[in-house]
Write a protein that binds this ligand. Structure first.
Ligand code: NAP
Length: 253
């Protein structure tokens, strides 16, 4: 039998924001590649559990609110007691708050930054310590955005957080690469999820966005799965600190 460099059999992937959207798409893709999934989130994950078990993989839910750092120990110990090990961490959970610059509130700024970058960094730190202590060739995958590259409109905290995600991905990769731990990112384009519901409900913005996507369509959560499997697998063992855009050509335009 040929060795499949994308095979994730025997690996355990912890995916935050697993109940819906891109996180759900990533859970299913990693499960199809053979991984067991620890889904982390604050909402019911039955839908994702059903999709993961339907492809023959195991799914373990860990309830946690990622707004504050109180969740860190719960996530790592919850994953280890459920699945026995961790090989892959996907930092997917994220929020967006829209307002004009003059109206942008401190609480919106703090919530977005705390969820999208503060928790992402410190959860990665916990995973990295576990990988180092247990000599595990771990994989950390951070979900960035087109607003890691661009300014966006009416979402300054989101832009700040996602620009930081791309930067911290490089910073962590530099330090962890010598230990055979890969840290990389995925920058989704415009994907049909709750995150973009307000944009898609605005006929003008929706049409403007669609007209700028060379692929001629919005992305689906399943479109992100291939890059996630690549970055979670041995196929990416010499890929460090990069962020892969999965955007239908948005950035090439
Ligand atoms: P989504 O459907 O809104 O999913 C966001 C996920 O994060 C949900 O599972 C959500 O849980 C979870 N989450 C948010 N705050 C949380 C908290 N405090 N504790 C636990 N879980 C929390 O949107 P999505 O598009 O799939 O977003 C996934 C990631 O992709 C985000 O980082 C987003 O910024 C990024 N992204 C999305 C797009 C796009 O076009 N959709 C483009 C670029 C990047 P609940 O359901 O409980 O809120």
């Amino acid at each position: 039998m040929n060795h499949n460099i994308f095979d994730l059999t025997g690996k355990v992937a912890v995916v935050t924001g697993a109940n819906t959207g891109i996180g759900q798409g990533i859970c299913v893709a990693l499960a199809e590649a053979g991984a067991e999934i620890v889904g982390v989130g604050r909402s019911d994950m039955t839908d994702t559990a059903n999709q993961v078990t339907a492809v023959g993989a195991k799914f373990y839910p860990v309830k946690a609110d990622l707004l504050s750092l109180d969740c860190l120990d719960k996530i790592i110990s919850g994953a280890l007691s459920a699945a026995g090990r961790i090989d892959i961490l996907v930092n997917n959970a994220g929020i967006i708050r829209r307002a004009d610059l003059a109206d942008y509130t401190v609480s919106d700024w703090d919530d977005v930054m705390n969820t999208n970058i503060r928790t992402l960094f410190f959860l990665s730190q916990e995973a990295a310590k576990y990988f180092l202590e247990n000599n595990i060739h771990g994989k950390i995958i951070n979900i960035a955005s087109m607003l890691s590259y661009q300014g966006g409109i009416r979402v300054p905290a989101y832009t700040a957080s996602k620009s930081a995600v791309m930067g911290v991905t490089k910073a962590m990769a530099n330090e962890l690469a010598p230990h055979n731990i890969n840290v990389n990112g995925i920058a989704p384009g415009y994907i049909e999820t709750n995150n973009t519901a307000a944009l898609r409900a605005d006929p003008k913005r929706s049409a403007e966005i669609l007209a700028r996507i060379p692929a001629g369509r919005w992305g689906k959560p399943s479109d992100i799965g291939g890059a996630a499997v690549f970055l979670a697998s041995a196929a990416s063992d010499y890929v460090n600190g990069t962020t892969i855009a999965v955007d239908g050509g948005w950035l090439a335009r």
